[in-house]
Write a protein that binds this ligand. Structure first.
Ligand code: ADP
Ligand code: MG
Length: 415
């Protein structure tokens, strides 16, 4: 029987557990299983073996796994979260297992290194500077053209990512990162920041895999964002409504990016904006997408990116994941309900009408009525989401925009 170790499943990482169990694999889950690294009940149920360990400590994981019932019988290791991609690669190397290598992940976990790799390879990328102090932030601004975007080198979910129109705004954004003592999945935010020139254009992400250097894309997804200067993700549509020329340009560009960052064997989630000059990278990650895009890809194309990730973790060719479902058709989308500036709500206006115009797959309330909505830097300020199917990408986009217009949380005033 195939045995796989899934390190700290969060968000789409839980889909790895679902799929490994569905394939009848011996599914070993390593987790800190406390604080914001607490496993879901479903994941605990599905796992064959749970290994409780500090998942930010490679040595501890290797020790704990060796002592667990699976012992030396593992066939592969896969990360269940962005923050554990590097750790999973280190564990795989220590245990002599296939899958992502530490060389593979060196350039994708750090947004400054990512930009440098693109520059070296001559792949289109905005000018950037890496900074680690306010003085450096000021110097960086003098060398770049405004507007710029300020972002931590290793974070996610657009946390602390801010557009700045001048040096004062950029330095303020830097200072906010430096001052934030946030611990996310057991890791501090740090004070290393990249400041880069702002790229305008609609945003897309490509999910696929590279196997022995050959790049395959399962789907391109359109990303819908809230108002700047922040970049809150409000919705996604898979596949993106795109003509063949733009799609071709995106596919070629993603190939260049994957080669530039040196990914050889991995799934990837590549985010980019389609500028007037063509696609421009926001970031690329060696993992499954978040925001349930893994479900959108499966609903719209029949491709399980989780299966691809699992197969590659144990050194198997993931090709079957794409080929079996090539002619699936259809589209899927997700819309998050954004509370704007309110701190609590009594009800979501328009909620009951949704099934009349959307083919709902899942509707979920994340922050119940009457509860305090977390602040921007504590968590994503999402109160609910609706995941749906549609006949085609244009319809999926129209439904997404309608959900955005019609779903309105009504403010409550907590005493
Ligand atoms: N150079 C840029 N130009 C325009 N928008 C940007 C730029 N960099 C980041 N963004 C916006 O901020 C979002 C989050 O940035 P990203 O690099 O993807 O970091 P995170 O890891 O937080 O997702 C992007 O999806 C994009 O909308
Ligand atoms: Mg991103």
């Amino acid at each position: 029987m195939t045995s796989v170790l899934i390190v700290e499943p969060v968000s789409s990482g839980n889909e790895l557990v679902v799929r490994a169990a569905a394939m009848g694999w011996n599914t070993v889950v390593a987790s800190f299983d406390a604080e914001d690294r607490t496993l879901t009940a479903a994941t605990k149920d599905l796992a064959s073996t749970l290994v409780q360990v500090d998942t930010n400590d490679v040595h501890a994981i290797v020790e704990a796994v060796s002592r667990s019932p699976v012992g030396a019988g593992l066939d592969g290791v896969v990360a269940g979260s962005e923050f554990h991609v590097e750790i999973a690669a280190q564990v795989a190397e220590k245990l002599g297992l296939p899958g992502l290598t530490t060389t593979d992940v060196a350039l994708v976990r750090n947004k400054a290194k990512m930009r440098e790799a693109l520059q070296r390879a001559g792949v289109r990328s905005p000018r950037h500077r890496e900074v680690a102090s306010r003085a450096e932030a000021e110097l960086a601004c003098a060398a770049l053209t405004f507007p710029v975007v300020v972002k931590p080198v290793e974070s996610s979910s657009s946390i602390h990512v801010l557009k700045a129109r001048d040096t004062a705004e950029a330095v303020r954004a830097y200072a906010a990162i430096e001052a934030d003592g946030m611990i996310d999945l057991g890791r501090p935010l740090g004070d290393e920041v990249v400041i880069e020139e702002y790229v305008s254009g609609d945003e897309y992400s490509a999910d696929g895999y590279v196997w022995r250097g050959e790049v395959r894309i399962a789907a391109v997804t359109r990303k819908l964002l809230g108002p700047e200067p922040t970049f809150v993700e409000l919705g996604h549509i898979t596949p993106a409504p795109l003509g063949p020329n733009d799609l071709g340009a995106i596919e070629r560009y993603v190939g260049q990016v994957v080669r530039a960052v040196g990914l050889e064997n991995s799934v990837f989630h590549c985010e980019m904006r389609l500028s007037a000059n063509g696609p421009v990278l926001m970031e690329i990650a060696a993992r499954l997408p978040g925001d349930q895009i893994v479900h959108l890809v499966a609903d719209a194309t029949g491709v399980s990116m989780a299966d691809a990730a699992l197969l590659m973790a144990v050194g198997a060719n993931p090709e079957t994941c794409l080929d079996e479902h090539a002619a699936f058709g259809g589209a899927a989308g997700i819309r998050f309900v954004d509370p704007g500036s309110i701190t609590a709500y009594t009800r979501i206006e328009g909620w009951d009408d949704v099934p009349r115009y959307a083919d709902v797959v899942e509707r979920k309330v994340l922050v119940p009525a009457g509860e305090q909505i977390p602040s921007t830097y504590e968590a994503l300020r999402r109160v609910a989401y609706i995941r749906y199917r549609a006949s085609d990408p244009d319809t999926a986009l129209a439904v997404n925009e309608r959900l955005g217009r019609e779903l309105r949380p009504v403010a409550a005033y907590l005493s």
